[in-house]
Design a protein around this ligand. Sequence first.
Ligand code: AMP
Length: 354
Amino acid sequence: MISISEIHRLLDGYARDGLTLATMGSHTALQILKGARDEGFRNLVICKRGVEAVYQQFGVADEVLMVDEYQQCLDEEFMQRLRDRNVILIPHGSFVEYLSPQRIETELRIPLFGNRMVLEWESDRVKERTWLAHAGLRLPKEFKTPENIDRLVLVKFPGAKGGRGYFIASKPEEFERKLEKLKLRDKERFTIQEFVIGTRFYPHYFYSPLKDRVELLSMDIRYESNIDGISRLATILQDNPPEPSFVVTGNIPVVARESLLPQILEMGQRVVKASQELFSPGLIGPFCLETISTEDMEFIAFEISARIVAGTNLYINGSPYSHLLYPEPMSTGRRIAREIKEAVRDDALERVIY
Ligand code: AMP
C-alpha cells in the first residue's frame, strides 16, 4: 500500500503552476481532456496503439503518450515520464478495470485525483454493501443461498464487466439449471439479488471537499442489450422469450420528477458522510449511484461507482442540473479540473489528491 504521505511528497516536487491533467484514452477521456483545457490546464492522454486517432481527430489532447499495454503505466520509467510533466491522473471506469484497484493502491506512484482507497470499497461487493447500508440507503434483498429464492432475482458476477453474464431466475430450480449451463469453476463468486421493478435513475454527483458540498451534476439511464430491446417486442416474444442480458451499450438522458430531488440529493450526501466514517478522508470528486425508484417513489440503490461514470458523456455541454449550478457548460470532467484549479489557488492540493 502506498501511503498518503508518499503521494503528497511526490506532489511537493511538482510545479503547481505547470500541472498536467492526464487520463487513459477510453471511457470519459474526451470530456476529461476538454474539461482540463477549459479550466486552463495542459492535458495528456495515454493511448493503447490504435485508439489515438479518436483523440487526435477531436483535437482535445495537448500530448498523446503511446503504450502497448495499459499495465505499462506502472513501469517506473513510464511513471517518471509522467511525474516529469507534473501529471495528476484522473481515474475513470476503464482506468480502474485495466490497472485493478489493488495495483493502483500498491504500485501507482503518481498523484491521483480523489481517494484511491475508495476503489477497493466500490469494487468489493461485500464492502460496497456495507458502505451503502451504513449510509442508510434502501438496498435490494440478497439471498445467501439459492434455496431461499422466492421472487425474481438477478444473479451477478464480480468485476465491472458492464452487466455481462448476469442471468435472472425466479425459483431455486431455475437458478440451478442456469448456473449449471454456465459451467463456472468458482461457484461461490456470485450474488443473488432481488430484481427490483421500477424506473431507473443513475444520478451523477460530485463531492467537493473544498466547499464541503455534494452537487448533483446530471443523471442518466443505461441503455442495455438485450433487455431494452426485448421490451419493444414483449408481445411478439411472449411465447418464446430469450434469456435477458444487461450489457451496457449506451446511455439515455433523464431528469427526475422535481419532488424526487430531495431524496436523490440526500442519498448522495449520506453516501459521502458514510465514506468519511468508514475510510477517511472518504469519497472525493465524482460518483454515481445506480438506483431504481419504485411506484411508492422510494429509491432502492444497488450499486455505487466512486469515480466518473460513462453516463456523464451525455453532458459534455452541461446538463439541466449543472446549468442551475454553473453559468458555464459544466461537464463532470470539467468539474474535476475546476476542483483541482481551486485547490491550487487555495494551496490545498493535498485535500483532493491521494
Ligand atoms: P450492475 O452491474 O450492478 O451495474 O447492473 C447492470 C444492470 O442490471 C443495471 O443497469 C440494471 O439494469 C440491472 N440491475 C442490476 N441490479 C438490479 C436489481 N437489483 N434490480 C433490477 N435491475 C438490476
